[in-house]
Write a new protein. Structure first.
Length: 308
Protein backbone atom coordinates (compact mmCIF):
# COMPACT_ATOMS: atom_id res chain seq x y z
CA UNK A 1 0.00 0.00 0.00
CA UNK A 2 1.39 3.44 -0.92
CA UNK A 3 2.25 5.76 1.94
CA UNK A 4 -0.14 8.62 2.51
CA UNK A 5 1.69 11.89 1.86
CA UNK A 6 1.48 14.95 4.08
CA UNK A 7 2.24 18.54 3.16
CA UNK A 8 3.96 19.78 6.32
CA UNK A 9 7.06 18.75 8.23
CA UNK A 10 6.65 16.76 11.46
CA UNK A 11 6.26 18.90 14.58
CA UNK A 12 7.66 16.43 17.11
CA UNK A 13 9.73 13.28 17.46
CA UNK A 14 6.52 11.29 17.75
CA UNK A 15 5.28 12.84 14.50
CA UNK A 16 8.57 11.86 12.86
CA UNK A 17 8.19 8.28 14.07
CA UNK A 18 4.66 8.26 12.67
CA UNK A 19 5.91 9.72 9.38
CA UNK A 20 8.49 6.95 8.99
CA UNK A 21 5.90 4.38 10.05
CA UNK A 22 3.53 5.65 7.36
CA UNK A 23 6.29 5.05 4.82
CA UNK A 24 6.85 1.51 6.03
CA UNK A 25 10.18 2.33 7.68
CA UNK A 26 10.75 0.70 11.09
CA UNK A 27 12.94 3.19 12.97
CA UNK A 28 14.15 3.52 16.54
CA UNK A 29 13.68 6.71 18.54
CA UNK A 30 17.32 7.81 18.15
CA UNK A 31 17.00 7.94 14.36
CA UNK A 32 13.63 9.69 14.54
CA UNK A 33 15.11 12.27 16.91
CA UNK A 34 18.05 13.22 14.70
CA UNK A 35 15.81 13.28 11.62
CA UNK A 36 13.33 15.57 13.39
CA UNK A 37 16.16 17.92 14.41
CA UNK A 38 17.58 17.91 10.89
CA UNK A 39 14.21 18.94 9.45
CA UNK A 40 13.59 21.61 12.09
CA UNK A 41 17.10 23.09 12.00
CA UNK A 42 17.37 22.80 8.19
CA UNK A 43 20.69 21.02 8.49
CA UNK A 44 21.88 18.16 6.25
CA UNK A 45 21.58 14.72 7.82
CA UNK A 46 24.76 12.65 7.52
CA UNK A 47 23.97 8.92 7.74
CA UNK A 48 26.85 6.50 8.09
CA UNK A 49 26.70 2.71 8.32
CA UNK A 50 27.27 -0.57 6.55
CA UNK A 51 25.75 -1.13 3.12
CA UNK A 52 22.17 -2.39 3.16
CA UNK A 53 21.07 -1.10 6.57
CA UNK A 54 18.45 1.31 5.20
CA UNK A 55 20.23 4.67 4.87
CA UNK A 56 19.06 5.40 1.32
CA UNK A 57 15.55 4.21 2.13
CA UNK A 58 15.12 7.08 4.61
CA UNK A 59 15.35 9.64 1.81
CA UNK A 60 12.88 7.66 -0.31
CA UNK A 61 10.40 7.45 2.56
CA UNK A 62 10.69 11.19 3.23
CA UNK A 63 10.00 11.98 -0.43
CA UNK A 64 6.93 9.74 -0.43
CA UNK A 65 5.45 10.81 2.90
CA UNK A 66 6.20 14.54 2.57
CA UNK A 67 5.11 14.56 -1.09
CA UNK A 68 8.41 16.07 -2.22
CA UNK A 69 10.45 15.25 -5.34
CA UNK A 70 13.47 13.05 -4.71
CA UNK A 71 16.70 14.25 -6.36
CA UNK A 72 19.39 11.58 -6.14
CA UNK A 73 23.09 12.18 -6.73
CA UNK A 74 24.68 8.74 -6.93
CA UNK A 75 28.36 9.27 -6.15
CA UNK A 76 31.20 7.39 -7.81
CA UNK A 77 34.91 7.76 -8.36
CA UNK A 78 35.62 10.49 -10.90
CA UNK A 79 32.29 12.32 -10.42
CA UNK A 80 32.73 15.84 -11.79
CA UNK A 81 30.87 19.13 -12.09
CA UNK A 82 29.36 18.36 -15.49
CA UNK A 83 27.80 15.15 -14.19
CA UNK A 84 26.77 16.44 -10.77
CA UNK A 85 25.90 20.11 -11.22
CA UNK A 86 25.34 21.32 -14.79
CA UNK A 87 26.59 21.35 -18.33
CA UNK A 88 25.70 23.15 -21.53
CA UNK A 89 23.82 21.52 -24.39
CA UNK A 90 26.65 22.01 -26.86
CA UNK A 91 24.87 20.38 -29.82
CA UNK A 92 21.84 22.67 -29.44
CA UNK A 93 24.13 25.68 -28.98
CA UNK A 94 25.97 24.93 -32.23
CA UNK A 95 22.67 24.63 -34.12
CA UNK A 96 21.54 27.96 -32.66
CA UNK A 97 24.80 29.63 -33.71
CA UNK A 98 24.47 28.27 -37.26
CA UNK A 99 20.87 29.53 -37.45
CA UNK A 100 21.90 32.98 -36.22
CA UNK A 101 24.70 33.14 -38.75
CA UNK A 102 22.39 31.99 -41.55
CA UNK A 103 19.89 34.72 -40.64
CA UNK A 104 22.60 37.34 -40.98
CA UNK A 105 23.16 38.14 -37.30
CA UNK A 106 26.69 39.43 -36.73
CA UNK A 107 26.49 40.73 -33.15
CA UNK A 108 28.75 38.20 -31.45
CA UNK A 109 27.93 39.38 -27.93
CA UNK A 110 24.19 38.97 -28.59
CA UNK A 111 24.76 35.50 -30.02
CA UNK A 112 26.83 34.57 -26.97
CA UNK A 113 24.15 35.82 -24.57
CA UNK A 114 21.58 33.81 -26.47
CA UNK A 115 23.42 30.49 -26.50
CA UNK A 116 24.44 30.81 -22.84
CA UNK A 117 20.89 31.28 -21.64
CA UNK A 118 18.95 28.91 -19.41
CA UNK A 119 17.21 27.17 -22.30
CA UNK A 120 20.54 25.55 -23.19
CA UNK A 121 21.43 24.69 -19.58
CA UNK A 122 21.27 21.02 -18.60
CA UNK A 123 20.53 20.83 -14.89
CA UNK A 124 22.19 17.94 -13.10
CA UNK A 125 21.17 16.76 -9.58
CA UNK A 126 22.86 19.54 -7.57
CA UNK A 127 21.29 22.31 -9.64
CA UNK A 128 17.94 20.51 -9.69
CA UNK A 129 18.02 20.33 -5.89
CA UNK A 130 18.54 24.10 -5.69
CA UNK A 131 15.59 24.80 -8.00
CA UNK A 132 12.76 23.75 -5.72
CA UNK A 133 9.77 25.94 -4.97
CA UNK A 134 9.22 27.40 -1.48
CA UNK A 135 7.28 24.92 0.62
CA UNK A 136 8.07 22.11 -1.81
CA UNK A 137 11.86 21.95 -1.62
CA UNK A 138 13.04 18.52 -2.80
CA UNK A 139 14.67 15.74 -0.85
CA UNK A 140 18.29 15.82 -2.02
CA UNK A 141 19.94 12.43 -1.56
CA UNK A 142 23.73 12.46 -1.87
CA UNK A 143 24.27 8.71 -1.92
CA UNK A 144 27.58 7.00 -1.03
CA UNK A 145 29.62 10.19 -0.75
CA UNK A 146 32.67 8.16 0.28
CA UNK A 147 32.98 6.90 -3.32
CA UNK A 148 33.96 10.36 -4.61
CA UNK A 149 37.32 12.07 -4.21
CA UNK A 150 38.24 14.90 -1.85
CA UNK A 151 38.07 17.52 -4.61
CA UNK A 152 34.36 16.92 -5.18
CA UNK A 153 33.79 16.76 -1.43
CA UNK A 154 35.36 20.24 -1.15
CA UNK A 155 33.06 21.57 -3.88
CA UNK A 156 30.05 20.08 -2.12
CA UNK A 157 31.12 21.84 1.05
CA UNK A 158 30.58 25.20 -0.68
CA UNK A 159 27.17 24.13 -2.01
CA UNK A 160 25.95 23.05 1.44
CA UNK A 161 27.25 26.23 3.08
CA UNK A 162 25.19 28.71 1.06
CA UNK A 163 22.93 26.50 -1.09
CA UNK A 164 24.06 28.23 -4.23
CA UNK A 165 26.06 27.49 -7.38
CA UNK A 166 27.90 30.00 -9.55
CA UNK A 167 27.78 29.43 -13.30
CA UNK A 168 30.33 31.72 -14.99
CA UNK A 169 28.13 32.42 -18.03
CA UNK A 170 24.92 33.00 -16.04
CA UNK A 171 25.90 34.10 -12.54
CA UNK A 172 24.91 32.73 -9.15
CA UNK A 173 21.87 30.49 -8.77
CA UNK A 174 20.62 30.39 -5.19
CA UNK A 175 17.95 28.10 -3.72
CA UNK A 176 14.68 29.88 -2.90
CA UNK A 177 14.39 27.32 -0.11
CA UNK A 178 17.19 24.90 0.87
CA UNK A 179 16.49 21.28 -0.05
CA UNK A 180 16.20 18.60 2.62
CA UNK A 181 19.64 17.00 2.34
CA UNK A 182 20.37 13.37 3.21
CA UNK A 183 24.01 12.27 2.83
CA UNK A 184 24.93 8.61 3.07
CA UNK A 185 28.31 6.91 3.32
CA UNK A 186 29.40 3.29 3.77
CA UNK A 187 32.61 4.49 5.45
CA UNK A 188 35.00 3.14 2.83
CA UNK A 189 36.98 6.30 3.56
CA UNK A 190 36.72 9.10 6.09
CA UNK A 191 34.80 12.23 5.15
CA UNK A 192 36.46 15.53 6.06
CA UNK A 193 35.43 17.06 9.37
CA UNK A 194 34.57 20.37 7.68
CA UNK A 195 31.66 18.74 5.85
CA UNK A 196 30.53 16.73 8.86
CA UNK A 197 30.37 19.90 10.97
CA UNK A 198 27.68 21.25 8.67
CA UNK A 199 25.52 18.18 9.23
CA UNK A 200 23.74 16.31 11.97
CA UNK A 201 25.25 12.84 12.29
CA UNK A 202 23.74 9.41 12.88
CA UNK A 203 25.23 5.94 12.69
CA UNK A 204 22.68 3.53 11.19
CA UNK A 205 23.41 0.15 12.73
CA UNK A 206 22.06 -3.29 11.97
CA UNK A 207 18.61 -3.62 13.56
CA UNK A 208 17.83 -5.78 16.55
CA UNK A 209 16.18 -9.13 15.86
CA UNK A 210 12.79 -7.72 16.89
CA UNK A 211 13.03 -4.74 14.53
CA UNK A 212 14.38 -6.82 11.68
CA UNK A 213 11.51 -9.29 12.05
CA UNK A 214 9.05 -6.41 11.90
CA UNK A 215 10.80 -5.12 8.76
CA UNK A 216 10.52 -8.53 7.08
CA UNK A 217 6.85 -8.80 8.00
CA UNK A 218 6.18 -5.39 6.45
CA UNK A 219 8.27 -5.84 3.31
CA UNK A 220 7.42 -9.50 2.66
CA UNK A 221 3.92 -9.91 4.12
CA UNK A 222 3.35 -13.18 2.23
CA UNK A 223 6.22 -14.89 4.06
CA UNK A 224 5.28 -17.65 6.50
CA UNK A 225 5.61 -16.48 10.13
CA UNK A 226 7.86 -19.37 11.12
CA UNK A 227 10.03 -18.84 8.04
CA UNK A 228 10.42 -15.11 8.76
CA UNK A 229 11.48 -15.83 12.32
CA UNK A 230 14.03 -18.43 11.20
CA UNK A 231 15.44 -16.14 8.51
CA UNK A 232 15.96 -13.25 10.93
CA UNK A 233 17.56 -15.45 13.57
CA UNK A 234 19.84 -17.03 10.96
CA UNK A 235 20.95 -13.65 9.59
CA UNK A 236 21.50 -12.26 13.08
CA UNK A 237 23.85 -15.16 13.83
CA UNK A 238 25.72 -14.64 10.56
CA UNK A 239 26.44 -11.05 11.64
CA UNK A 240 28.26 -12.38 14.69
CA UNK A 241 30.72 -14.15 12.40
CA UNK A 242 33.90 -12.78 10.88
CA UNK A 243 32.66 -12.65 7.29
CA UNK A 244 34.11 -10.49 4.53
CA UNK A 245 30.72 -8.82 3.98
CA UNK A 246 27.95 -9.18 6.51
CA UNK A 247 24.41 -9.38 5.08
CA UNK A 248 22.40 -6.19 5.39
CA UNK A 249 18.68 -5.74 5.92
CA UNK A 250 18.24 -5.51 2.16
CA UNK A 251 19.67 -9.02 1.80
CA UNK A 252 17.41 -10.31 4.57
CA UNK A 253 14.38 -8.96 2.71
CA UNK A 254 15.61 -10.44 -0.57
CA UNK A 255 16.13 -13.85 1.03
CA UNK A 256 12.68 -13.82 2.60
CA UNK A 257 11.19 -12.87 -0.76
CA UNK A 258 13.10 -15.58 -2.61
CA UNK A 259 12.12 -18.32 -0.16
CA UNK A 260 8.51 -17.17 -0.26
CA UNK A 261 8.56 -17.43 -4.05
CA UNK A 262 9.75 -21.02 -3.56
CA UNK A 263 6.76 -21.68 -1.24
CA UNK A 264 9.05 -22.53 1.66
CA UNK A 265 7.53 -22.69 5.12
CA UNK A 266 10.77 -23.18 7.04
CA UNK A 267 14.53 -23.37 6.51
CA UNK A 268 16.28 -26.65 5.80
CA UNK A 269 19.96 -27.38 4.97
CA UNK A 270 19.36 -27.93 1.27
CA UNK A 271 17.34 -24.73 0.87
CA UNK A 272 19.97 -22.69 2.72
CA UNK A 273 22.72 -24.15 0.52
CA UNK A 274 20.77 -23.52 -2.72
CA UNK A 275 19.82 -19.93 -1.92
CA UNK A 276 22.74 -18.63 0.15
CA UNK A 277 23.87 -16.53 -2.84
CA UNK A 278 20.86 -14.30 -2.26
CA UNK A 279 22.19 -13.52 1.22
CA UNK A 280 25.97 -13.57 0.81
CA UNK A 281 27.82 -12.04 -2.13
CA UNK A 282 31.41 -13.26 -1.68
CA UNK A 283 32.54 -16.78 -2.52
CA UNK A 284 34.77 -17.14 0.56
CA UNK A 285 31.79 -16.33 2.80
CA UNK A 286 29.55 -18.72 0.87
CA UNK A 287 32.13 -21.52 1.05
CA UNK A 288 32.38 -21.10 4.81
CA UNK A 289 28.61 -21.28 5.33
CA UNK A 290 28.17 -24.13 2.84
CA UNK A 291 30.13 -26.42 5.16
CA UNK A 292 29.38 -27.46 8.70
CA UNK A 293 29.17 -23.87 9.93
CA UNK A 294 25.92 -23.25 8.11
CA UNK A 295 24.32 -26.41 9.44
CA UNK A 296 25.44 -25.56 12.98
CA UNK A 297 23.77 -22.13 12.75
CA UNK A 298 20.57 -23.66 11.40
CA UNK A 299 20.51 -26.21 14.23
CA UNK A 300 20.87 -23.40 16.77
CA UNK A 301 18.03 -21.46 15.16
CA UNK A 302 15.72 -24.50 15.21
CA UNK A 303 16.59 -25.25 18.82
CA UNK A 304 15.89 -21.69 19.93
CA UNK A 305 12.50 -21.60 18.25
CA UNK A 306 11.49 -24.99 19.56
CA UNK A 307 12.44 -23.92 23.07
CA UNK A 308 10.53 -20.63 22.83
Amino acid sequence: MAAKSVSSLPQSIEDTLSLLEAGGYVADRALATVLFLSLRMKRPLFLEGEAGVGKTEIAKVLAATLDRPLIRLQCYEGLDISSAVYEWNYAAQMIEIRLDEASGKVDKSAIERNVFSEKFLIRRPVLQALSGEPGKAPIFLIDELDRTDEAFEAFLLEVLSDYQVTIPELGTIRAAEPPIVIITTNRTREIHDALKRRCLYHWVDYPTAERELEIVRRKVPAANERLSDEIVRYVQKLRDMDLFKLPGVAETIDWAGALTEMDKLALDPETVSDTIGVLLKYQDDIARIAGGEGRRILDEVKAELNAA
